[in-house]
Design a protein around this ligand. Sequence first.
Ligand code: ASP
Length: 326
Amino acid sequence: MTRLLACIATGFLTCFAAVGPARSEYPDRPITMIVPFAAGGPTDTVARIVGEQMGKTLGQAVVVENVSGAGGTTGITRGAQSKPDGYTIMMGHMGTHGAAPALYPTLKYDPTKDFAPVGLVAGTAILIIAKKDFPATNLKEFVAYLKKNPDKVNEAHAGVGSVSFTTCTMLQSILGTKTARVAYRGTGPSLNDLVAGQVDFGCDQIVNVVSQVQAGTIKAFAVASPQRSAVLKDVPTTKEAGLPEFQVSAWNAVFAPKDTPKDVMAKLNGALVKALDDGATRTRLLELGSIIPDRAGRSPEALQALVEKEVARWTPILKAAGATVN
Ligand code: ASP
């Protein structure tokens, strides 16, 4: 405003040169949300639920684009390198923004430096799951079978760097097992193959597996958190089931590329905060077993701190497990 008054005072032409054409109000067209995994998986599900509601507040659709590959790092690399104008944002998670740097020494982004964090969306428990006719009825039997028959079973995961890969790397490292591991473009497709019995077991985010566990089309041996989940009350914790060392959880969060303007970031965060207060959105997320962050936990600062903590936490664990690629 001061600038505008100053140029009016100095003359009309100067005024136009200094102010330029009016910038239209953000957003004036749809926003792309990159999901770095295949459709139908947990990241995709959470992104669609929250994106739909954010779009209502922003007055423009938030359109999910699935850019899968390399455990989520392909899509996140594309997102990090996109124009920082608020029209490309991404749904990252504990893998893409916590574990990936330890797994890919040549990773093209730094989770702690190359993003403008929008906010945390959901915490998600991790479950050890298996096909329904896996020859074990509980975690102890599962562990015993895995140790005895490592060459007979294969684990399905969403690619090196994904949450499923990272958490099952930790599990196999604790157990001292080395089974075959099959990479998918997301745990949506890997879950389909688990239901069909084409793969044997995996570690997955609760939001992906609740309905299949409830329907009995797959088995869940344990949830790796301190408490049972309210939506899967019959599934014991790893502590109850005899493997207390395996404690791990994951999260999903929205990021924009670094240097996204502050006013745009404020709108994006505001829309996310509001979406997480919306009754129907909350119900959908809670029914899938998500833990919705409180107001303080939804701030960009809280997400930045979480990313830094996660990178520091996962780097030694994954290096010790010898999981690094290239
Ligand atoms: N979140 C899953 C994983 O990292 C992948 C997915 O969302 O499909 O294992």
